[in-house]
Write a protein that binds this ligand. Sequence first.
Ligand SMILES: [Zn+2]
Length: 103
Amino acid sequence: MKLTITKKINATTKIDAVIDAEHLDDALLQAGPLLAQDVCGHVINGSTCGSTDIYLEASKPQGKYTYIKRCCKKCGAKDTLGTYEDGSGNFWRNKWEIYTPEK
Ligand SMILES: [Zn+2]
């Protein structure tokens, strides 16, 4: 079966994805990160940011690992896309963090 998803990122950007999988659960598993609600979960002084002003960032430092992050424009926190051990799909880690360089 084919699952077609259009995810609006912001006013000018959207992702059109066609996921081809044998079963619906596999298709939905693969689509998981696109189906997730993009709400910043960073906790500041005991309260959650909650902003929906989120953008995606992709990088591959030193050509080694691919990092896909969803970033909050309001507070600057980022959440990283994880990959299941068997490679069957991806998931948002829901560990919103603001990067602070080590001293
Ligand atoms: Zn935020």
